[in-house]
Design a protein around this ligand. Structure first.
Ligand code: HEC
Ligand code: HEC
Ligand code: HEC
Ligand code: HEC
Ligand code: HEC
Ligand code: HEC
Ligand code: HEC
Ligand code: HEC
Length: 410
């Protein structure tokens, strides 16, 4: 062997040792130190197989706060009360994880989530009370009156199973009833293995569901000053700041989470976004919620961490006017369509006549959009995706109604 090849072999060996050291150092402490036999069994063993076959899953876990704090694979994957057990390469794991696998360590948060519209009401918006127990319905109704005790949505029948499974349910199952008796999933906002607050604070996370013409929150946010500032300054924000000590020095530009959930400057973090809302903006005609004044005060307290009272009052006064104006237009349209039914000019079940859709689009797309735009800084949405199409559809409705009355001679 030449000196040259010995030298290369030594260099390679040295590089390998350094490399192994660096890789090992980058791994979470819990894996390298292996402080307890159980931990080795749970995290090390699971990762041995799964790092080879599903590298991403294990890597996402390795980057998580859970890995840093010694929460291991089995802490989540072991069967929670009421869950089906499955033998799995020497371990017993659950076949389907739910919020039940998180609540053992995060019970308070689970309870807040249960009171929110992300829980049972989200499911009931599609399927009504189907799959929910009487207790679950009663519990939710205490906090969200009318949210859960209701019939299934007419689209369930009209559009069929595959539309529900791959469409509506993908968003609304955030509050699905689980076989183990719990409700919903926490992974919609936290993902399954990253489970970070950073992810939950990003607007794109909420935008998985809060998008499109019927709830254009992400589109509105992106055109608002807040969204523009976030785009420009995201890298300057401390998105990993612990929720209990989050301040405006970490987050000086608000995201969806800041206004609806975070407890910035010590004002109290919540998993129930309803706590800060004064109207039912998603409804055709928007009324104040029970406790609306206290809710509104909480949201204004969020704004006031960054703004002076005059600016906040201006936004609310102007948005209140948009709600009033939208309510008036939707009421006019509703009276017109109701009148046709009453006079026997329009018949058949819901969504069986073209005019049903014109009316539905008027409030469900345009009316909602104008109201959401007014509160969240989206001028284009108040006007060109809101008031303008409402005006246009009102003209259309009147023309169609006159035509129908003429046909029926009344
Ligand atoms: C000896 C290798 C091995 C070990 C150890 C192992 N797994 Fe698996 N795991 C697999 C394979 C292979 C699959 C693919 C599906 C199957 O065969 O069940 C799998 C599938 C899974 C699934 C999907 C199951 C499903 O039905 O959808 C989960 C979740 C899972 N493993 C978690 C774990 C956890 C948690 C641990 C440690 C407590 C673990 N695994 C240990 C090899 C392993
Ligand atoms: C914070 C809780 C949590 C921890 C910790 C955790 N998991 Fe999971 N894991 C989940 C959830 C939730 C799912 C989704 C299960 C479902 O759909 O029923 C899941 C799914 C999986 C799957 C199926 C993934 C797929 O895309 O097919 C595998 C495999 C898995 N986990 C392995 C692991 C391994 C290995 C570890 C440790 C390195 C681990 N998990 C740690 C919560 C966790
Ligand atoms: C065995 C207990 C345990 C289980 C099970 C568990 N966690 Fe955790 N979780 C913790 C601990 C401990 C922390 C660190 C808390 C701290 O130091 O403030 C944490 C932190 C978190 C954080 C904050 C992370 C961050 O970036 O600051 C989130 C989000 C979270 N968990 C979500 C979940 C979800 C979702 C599940 C279920 C899929 C779950 N946890 C299951 C114990 C657990
Ligand atoms: C892209 C995700 C997504 C899909 C798909 C989706 N929704 Fe929604 N839905 C939402 C969000 C987000 C809201 C909240 C809107 C708001 O408060 O402004 C909502 C609100 C609602 C509401 C009003 C709130 C309530 O509780 O009464 C109903 C009803 C509803 N959805 C039914 C459905 C039905 C039925 C389908 C399928 C035909 C469907 N949704 C498909 C995300 C979705
Ligand atoms: C998996 C889909 C999904 C994700 C992700 C999601 N939401 Fe929702 N959200 C919904 C649905 C569905 C509703 C409507 C529930 C109902 O009223 O029936 C809703 C309702 C709301 C409401 C209105 C609550 C009320 O009382 O009327 C707010 C505010 C809200 N979400 C904020 C957020 C924020 C902030 C995020 C991100 C941190 C987020 N959501 C992430 C699906 C989602
Ligand atoms: C609608 C989205 C959403 C859902 C669903 C959700 N979270 Fe969160 N979660 C957040 C946001 C946003 C934060 C960060 C709040 C902040 O900015 O301080 C957070 C923070 C957390 C934290 C850190 C709290 C702390 O005080 O350190 C934990 C733990 C957590 N969530 C667990 C859960 C569990 C468990 C569930 C299911 C019962 C759940 N989350 C469901 C959005 C969500
Ligand atoms: C600057 C603060 C702020 C930001 C950022 C913000 N919102 Fe809002 N949001 C509000 C206010 C204020 C309202 C109206 C409150 C009321 O009813 O009094 C509102 C209303 C809503 C509603 C309507 C609930 C209903 O009654 O139907 C939803 C859903 C919502 N926001 C989701 C989001 C999402 C998703 C994002 C991010 C893409 C976001 N918001 C960003 C302040 C904010
Ligand atoms: C975490 C800090 C923060 C919170 C919370 C916050 N904002 Fe802002 N807001 C900003 C920043 C930063 C700007 C851009 C400031 C500038 O140009 O001086 C801004 C700009 C605005 C503007 C545009 C001002 C203009 O004329 O350009 C309005 C309107 C506004 N915010 C309203 C609100 C309302 C209403 C709330 C509560 C529902 C709120 N903000 C919550 C940080 C915040």
């Amino acid at each position: 062997m030449s000196f040259r090849s010995v030298f290369i072999a030594v260099v390679i060996a040295f590089a390998l040792i350094i490399g192994a050291f660096l890789i090992n150092r980058a791994r979470p402490k819990v894996e390298t130190e292996q402080p307890s036999a159980e931990l080795v069994r749970a995290t090390g063993k699971c990762a041995e197989c799964h790092a080879r076959t599903q590298y991403s899953v294990v890597h996402e876990y390795e980057m998580s706060m859970h890995a840093r704090k010694g929460v291991n694979c089995l802490d989540c994957h072991q069967p929670a009360p009421g869950q089906q057990k499955k033998d799995h390469h020497g371990f017993v794991i659950s076949t389907q994880l739910t919020a039940g696998n998180c609540r053992s360590c995060h019970e308070n948060i689970y309870q807040q989530f249960l009171r929110s519209r992300h829980a049972a009401p989200a499911w009931a918006a599609i399927f009504g009370e189907k799959g929910l127990t009487a207790e679950q319905v009663n519990f939710s109704e205490q906090y969200q009156p009318g949210g859960t005790r209701r019939p299934p949505h007419p689209f369930v029948q009209l559009e069929g199973n595959s539309a529900m499974t791959s469409g509506c349910e993908q968003c609304h199952s955030v509050g699905r009833p689980n076989a183990d008796g719990t409700i919903g999933t926490c992974t919609a906002c936290h993902s399954r293995h990253t489970t970070s607050v950073r992810l939950a604070r990003l607007p794109s996370t909420c935008a998985q569901c809060h998008m499109g013409p019927d709830h254009s929150q992400i589109e509105i946010y992106e055109e608002s000053k807040h969204g523009v500032m976030f785009q420009a300054q995201e890298r300057l924000l401390n998105l990993d700041a612990p929720p209990k000590t989050l301040t405006t020095r970490d987050m000086f530009v608000p995201t969806c989470a800041t206004c609806h959930m975070s407890g910035i400057n010590g004002i109290g973090v919540t998993h129930d976004p309803s706590e800060r809302l004064s109207y039912y903006l998603a409804n055709a005609i928007s009324e104040h919620r029970p406790n609306w004044a206290a809710n509104q005060a909480r949201m204004k307290q969020v704004c006031s961490q960054c703004h002076t009272p005059a600016l906040i009052e201006r936004v609310y006064t102007q948005a209140d006017q948009v709600v009033l104006n939208t309510n008036a237009r939707v009421t006019e349209a509703k009276n017109l369509v109701d009148g046709l039914r009453k006079d026997g000019v329009l018949s058949g079940p819901p969504f069986s006549q073209p005019i049903d859709f014109t009316y539905f689009d008027l409030w469900h797309y345009d009316g909602r959009t104008s109201k959401h735009g007014a509160f969240m800084g989206g001028a284009d949405f108040v006007q060109w995706h809101g008031n303008y199409p409402m005006l246009q559809k009102m003209v259309q409705l009147k023309a169609d109604a006159a035509q129908l009355r003429k046909q029926h001679g009344r």
